[in-house]
Design a protein around this ligand. Structure first.
Ligand SMILES: [Mn+2]
Length: 444
């Protein structure tokens, strides 16, 4: 088996940290860096050392402490930036200086106010200088996808000659589609002289929601490094999400016969650590690591999942480190899902008991969004009494409780015992004999 190896370059601590609300202090970055090491990424971009004292210190501390991966530091294409980056990186076991310079006419004209010729010379001189300090040099032509292609090839040839070992192609503004971006990479692969001396890298932004798709297109076109961030954090709409790229390669080797060094079982815990650290949570329906990514709420889905998870799951939750598939118990759940959850809680019912408890469960589920384990335990106590104790107006909207329910952790602080005897079975619309078939109706 000879599958090409894809280098996973994680920029959670640099591009990711630049996103609103995601800034981290030195200790927080260190903790994340250790987790990224456990996750098995190849390169950790630890920061932009000249940007602040904090960034410098974080890159320095990570360089000293995290020894397996390559540690990269970002620098603009000028000596003070490069020297500062090297100061922070030089203690690393495997340091990399990442130099960038904008190359599109719009950036040259309005931002940098330099000519193409000046741009080319500056890039070459900067890479030469960096190379005099460090063997491993990455160069990024910022806004590459809006750069005149002929000029881009010329500039890439110049920086390869100056010693760049990785050429990163950023879709800085997130404008490309997969076909576009794949073509950009393909052309570089074909047209740039000396390209075999360097690895091609992709750096995609998610402004059109295409960052991962563009990254995958780049891999197919010959990119062997991808830049990405946990939870897809990054400037504006973010970077390509590391977990989505890695798991796509895992789940679809028929389409993408490539390997990474990522230990996918560490994805969920890494995502959680980042969310806890920044206080920025991921959307519930986020692929791979979102709260609902493995939650099956429809009855027909739940029934299929119990019989064989392959009916609705293309990967196991365990493979990405999610503790277990979550069958969210709500009014669309069937009896099969309910009895399984009860079994997990240590209860077993015969058919009649289950029918009875299921009817009361549906009454409850009609009132509250997610039924937690504690609710279920209440339901088992004094069957008829329990039904009366459910307050008719109780509507569960607390998001923490909802999250706890979705992850199966039944943290429900408020008891739902009400003083007034609420409606009982008399309100339930359920027929006396609840046939097996009805389990399926909920999910259709
Ligand atoms: Mn970026």
């Amino acid at each position: 088996m000879d599958r090409a190896r894809i280098t996973i370059f994680d920029t959670t601590l640099r591009d990711g940290e630049q996103s609103p609300g995601c800034s981290m202090n030195v200790q927080e970055k260190m903790r994340l860096a250790h987790q990224l090491d456990r996750l098995g990424v190849d390169v950790i971009e630890a920061g932009f050392p000249i940007a602040s004292e904090g960034d410098f210190t974080a890159v320095q501390a990570i360089s000293a402490a995290v020894r397996r991966p390559v540690i990269a530091g970002l620098a603009r294409a000028c000596a003070p930036d490069i020297d500062r980056a090297w100061q922070a990186l030089k203690a690393a076991a495997r340091p990399r200086i990442h130099v960038f310079l904008a190359t599109s006419d719009i950036h040259l004209q309005y931002k940098l106010k330099i000519s193409r010729q000046q741009c080319l010379e500056q890039a070459r001189d900067a890479v030469r200088h960096a190379k005099s300090l460090c063997e491993d040099i990455e160069f990024s032509p910022e806004d590459a996808t809006r750069t005149d292609p002929e000029f881009l090839y010329q500039l890439l040839e110049a920086v390869i000659e100056a010693g760049a070992t990785t050429l990163n192609i950023p879709d800085t503004v997130g404008y490309c589609t997969p076909a576009d971006f794949g073509q950009v990479i393909e052309n570089i692969h074909q047209r740039v002289h000396g390209i075999e001396k360097a690895a091609i890298s992709a750096h995609c932004h998610n402004d059109l929601g295409l960052a991962v798709a563009n990254t995958l297109a780049a891999i197919k076109a010959g990119a062997r490094q991808v830049e990405c961030a946990i939870n897809g954090i990054g400037e504006r709409a973010g970077n390509a999400a590391l977990e989505e790229i890695v798991v796509t390669l895992r789940v679809r080797p028929d389409q993408y016969p490539y390997e990474t060094g990522v230990v996918s079982e560490q994805l969920f815990v890494t995502s959680q650590l980042l969310s806890e650290t920044t206080g920025v949570s991921v959307q519930p329906n986020k692929a791979i690591i979102g709260r609902n990514a493995f939650a099956h709420a429809a009855g027909i889905h739940q029934d299929g999942m119990i019989k064989n998870p392959l009916t609705y799951e293309i990967m196991t939750p365990q493979s990405v480190g999610v503790p277990d598939s979550t069958l969210v118990l709500g009014k669309h759940s069937g009896r099969h899902a309910l009895s399984l959850r009860f079994e997990q809680l240590g209860y077993q019912f015969d058919r009649r008991e289950l029918d009875d408890i299921y009817r009361r469960f549906v009454v409850l589920a009609d009132k509250i969004k997610n039924v937690t384990d504690q609710h279920l335990r209440e339901l088992t106590r004094e069957p008829r009494e329990a039904a009366r104790r459910i307050p008719p107006t109780h509507v569960e909207t607390n998001s923490a409780a909802t999250a706890a329910a979705a992850t199966g952790g039944g943290h429900f602080s408020r008891p739902f015992v009400a003083e007034n005897p609420g409606p009982t079975m008399s309100l339930t619309p359920m027929p006396e004999h609840h046939s097996e078939q009805e389990d399926y109706l909920w999910g259709v």
